[in-house]
Design a protein. Structure first.
Length: 157
């Protein structure tokens, strides 16, 4: 038996001002997407914005349904849009924010798996820029930080 551990690398920015201009712009686009959230059931507005490698920015927001399991997360809406409109462009960065301050907007497990699929698809790591508490932001260099031992197409054999 071996007891092993994994390290997760990420950067913490106490305020948005400490981020690069390109990342600040993407976060502002994600914040703008909050206005497109349809979340009458949870009242939890989530906004996402994607920067593609060709510099195009796309937005996403959560879309809920009276049949709760049909609710769609902001991240997956944005990714689906990117895959449909620009299938040849890799996703460089995905920004995620919520209308509620003071929380870390943790992407759900389903979204992590879909982000993982997109990394595999393009062969390029996706930077994740996520709202943290008290005006802070977290930057992860790849979904691998949030989904260790992820399941891929290659596992199907
Ligand atoms: N939600 C997202 O949009 N992204 C996440 O990563 C977590 C949850 C949405 C889904 C639902 O509309 C609401 O937040 C409450 O779960």
């Amino acid at each position: 038996m071996q007891a092993l551990s994994l390290n997760i690398h990420y950067q913490l920015f106490p305020t948005i001002d400490e981020l690069a201009a390109k990342d600040r712009l993407l976060l502002h686009c994600a914040q703008d997407s909050l206005g497109k959230s349809y979340s009458p059931y949870s009242q939890f507005k989530v906004g996402a914005a994607i920067l593609l490698t060709n510099e195009v920015i796309l937005q996403g927001a959560n879309q809920e349904n009276a049949s709760y399991p049909l609710c769609l997360c902001a991240e997956r809406n944005a990714i689906a849009l990117a895959n449909i409109l620009h299938p040849e462009q890799a996703i460089a960065t995905l920004a995620v924010v919520a209308a509620k301050d003071d929380i870390f907007v943790s992407p759900c497990g389903a979204c992590r798996q879909v982000i993982w699929e997109n990394e595999q698809r393009s062969g390029q790591a996706i930077r994740l820029l996520i709202q943290g508490p008290a005006g802070s932001f977290y930057l992860f260099d790849s979904i691998k930080a949030l989904l260790p031992f992820g399941f891929s197409g290659s596992d199907l054999g």
